[in-house]
Design a protein. Structure first.
Length: 265
């Protein structure tokens, strides 16, 4: 076939294969509503998790200041220059988001963490001081996730409930989702604790450069693994109860009930 020939089918040739496949998929969804609902649930869960944890851009913004710190320190061993450069980049990332009128919650949390690390590094004069606050915070999160799962009030449900517009309805009205949040919170806790079980021996006995590069290497994989487990557990759980929609429907019904009395008056 010449590239100059038209790609439209001749009359009577029938629809293209891609149209056949689309029609087949639509027929499959219509024939199996539960499969379609499951696919929709997975897509909604994926989008919510992507938003809640900052997505690709949020991950890059979280990693960049620490990466810059360890790169500069590896070259010149200057704690002050490394710390100030990392802090400046963190602030710049927030400014860029503000100028673009983007969501700044992830950038602000990142600049706060970097700011504390910079303060520790400058105060102690040690490059390890830059990493210590984040490491303590990470261990605290690991303990919090684990304990919350064990006591039946999973922290991940508290964090993601508003994202799914279910708030805390999962605690009493949706036991399947409570179970999923419990499993996911336990996964987060164990992954965090395993990560810092590797990092703290390096903090005590390794040098600052080794610690920095290992910390950078362990920044993303544990997070990806934890988010993946969360997606698996929540995608298989019952759909969230949209308490916001319930509240709006209740308000609308109340207004509709009052409307006739206003007209009679």
């Amino acid at each position: 076939m010449s590239l100059d020939e038209p790609t439209n089918p001749e009359p009577g040739a029938g629809p293209p294969a891609s149209a056949d496949r689309s029609a087949d998929r639509a027929a499959d969804r219509a024939a199996d509503p539960s499969a379609a609902a499951s696919a929709d649930q997975k897509a909604v869960t994926q989008a919510a998790l992507f938003d809640a944890f900052g997505g690709v851009r949020g991950t890059i913004e979280t990693m960049l200041p620490g990466l810059l710190f360890v790169m500069i320190y590896t070259v010149n061993k200057d704690v002050k220059m490394s710390a100030l450069a990392a802090g400046a980049v963190a602030v710049l990332l927030v400014i860029v988001r503000l100028l673009r009128k983007d969501t700044v919650k992830h950038a602000f949390s990142g600049v706060f963490g970097v700011g504390v690390g910079v303060a520790f590094a400058l105060f102690t004069g040690s490059a390890k001081g830059f990493y210590l606050p984040g490491m303590i915070y990470g261990v605290g999160l690991g303990v919090a996730f684990t304990v919350s799962a064990l006591v039946g009030f999973p922290l991940l449900g508290v964090i993601l409930g508003p994202v799914f517009k279910e708030n805390l309805s999962w605690r009493t009205r949706n036991p399947g989702r409570k179970k999923a949040y419990t499993k996911a919170s336990l996964a987060w806790g164990l992954i965090f604790l395993a990560k810092y079980a590797i990092l703290f021996p390096l903090y005590w006995w390794g040098d600052a450069t080794q610690l920095g590069w290992v910390l950078i290497a362990l920044k993303l994989p544990p997070m990806v693994l934890a988010v993946y487990f969360t997606w698996v557990f929540l995608a298989k759980a019952p759909p969230p109860i949209d308490v916001i929609a319930e509240w709006e429907a209740k308000e609308a019904a109340e207004e509709a009930r009052k409307a006739p009395s206003h007209r009679k008056a």
